[in-house]
Design a protein around this ligand. Sequence first.
Ligand SMILES: Cc1cc2nc3c(=O)[nH]c(=O)nc-3n(C[C@H](O)[C@H](O)[C@H](O)COP(=O)(O)OP(=O)(O)OC[C@H]3O[C@@H](n4cnc5c(N)ncnc54)[C@H](O)[C@@H]3O)c2cc1C
Length: 382
Amino acid sequence: MASLHDELRAGVRSLCARFDNDYWRASDEARAYPHEFVDALTQAGYLACLIPEEYGGMGLGIREASVILEEINRSGANSAACHAQMYTMGTVLRHGSEEQKRRFLPGIASGELRLQAFAVTEPDAGSDTTRIRTFAERRGHRYVVTGQKVFISRVRQSDLMILLARTTPLDEVEKRTGGLSVFIVDLRGAGDALRVKPIDTMINHESCEVFFDGVEVPAANRIGDEGRGFRYIMSGMNAERILLASESVGDGLYFVDRASEYARSRHVFDRPIGANQGVQFPIADAYMDVRAAAAVRDQAARDFDAGETRGDGPNMAKYLASRAAWKAANAAMDAFGGWGMAAEYGIERKFREARLYLIAPVANNLVLSHVATHVLGMPRSF
Ligand SMILES: Cc1cc2nc3c(=O)[nH]c(=O)nc-3n(C[C@H](O)[C@H](O)[C@H](O)COP(=O)(O)OP(=O)(O)OC[C@H]3O[C@@H](n4cnc5c(N)ncnc54)[C@H](O)[C@@H]3O)c2cc1C
């Protein structure tokens, strides 16, 4: 296993070396989607790593996918442009029918079909997913979808979208998590019934508001049973949390690599700034936090690959890794002095990108609440 991971690391590292800081700086400034980078990863097969070989993928596990995303971010690149093509299909793989797998997975594996939009968040529901109001009404062999989603990333670079919608109103279900269903929406045929409006954010992250005004979805595109979608979405979220924790681990190592290199080479007062404990200690402190988060991430990934469905490990990995990366980002900012703020050095771009993971895909307060109630048995605070 170690040699497979080493091989993956080396392959990803050499691919990413073709996309340097100038490439990422230019796409960040232009708020442009990094097509060339995503195409290169697709052609190399990395985005199909989680798809079983029988459907055209590499047939690897979450551990290997973690290695890939960690290396991408450690190189200074931004996995957010492409990570969802890797794992959004997991909902189809784990809960879809054999017919759906055969219909979608080979095209996703080859990159011919882009499934990298995942639509859960809504303006009035926020972190309280069970309050979503987007409704899919059954009419014969199809559903008609009406509602609104926010922060739906990469929808403009997707052919397909995984959608969570209500199929039974909240006040008619016994449990709040009931009455939600998951669909695979073909965006190519939606026409005017689907409207997309980009949201301008502090990072180059293709995220949009999406308005559904009677979008028709064939019943054959519902994943699993009607009303049980919350459970299907949660299993996908566990994978996502482990993988995004890996991106934070990669970010953390990027900052530590860059900061320690700079601290060794930059001389002020006739000595390297890294000879000062005020500079070296925060970098060493952040490094240990990143390593600790990586260990929790590794355990969560091993457990997920072995069939664990609880969210404890993935949530804790995401929380610890996002905080470790943020600590490392601040240590790097301090070590670089004024140059940390200069776009040409890349630190400020990665600083902005690393900040996202304290909030998304789940806000860290919600992770604290999960651990307090589900792991430690304390009462729910809300
Ligand atoms: C760049 C970007 C990309 C995204 N991509 C996607 C995507 O592709 N698909 C998708 O579905 N969503 C996406 N999201 C949405 C993301 O998952 C949400 O922003 C996140 O889950 C938080 O929800 P919210 O923004 O509505 O915050 P809210 O739920 O409104 O929370 C606001 C703040 O209040 C805190 N808070 C809320 N309730 C409590 C409580 N009970 N106790 C303590 N604190 C609380 C939260 O921690 C947070 O800090 C994206 C977001 C961003 C910024």
